[in-house]
Design a protein around this ligand. Sequence first.
Ligand code: FES
Length: 116
Amino acid sequence: MSEWLEMGRISDLKDGVMKAVAAAGREFLLVRIGGQYYVADKRCPHMGGDLSRGQLQGTVVTCPRHGSQFDLQDGHVVRWTTWTGLIDVVNRLVRSPRPIRTYPVRLDGDKVLAGI
Ligand code: FES
């Protein structure tokens, strides 16, 4: 981590809402869940799906492209695509399961900051 970047304002983000954020030339996902804030990379590590357009259940975000799921608490893989059978086997050989990158968050007044 080299700097704290502003991801948004507390007053702008409702609970259970995901928001795409552009900062420092990169794309991030900002999420508020139960008063906690999470920041992760916006792009799915599988094939780059836009996680901000996915579904949120608790702290688990589901990619809209192939259904991979990641826990925003630490980025770990909950499910690696919804594919089954041979295509799943081949997929795992070509694109092995990998977590999304998550970032530490701190609040400064109304600002949500992420350590990038
Ligand atoms: S791009 Fe996200 S699951 Fe394939």
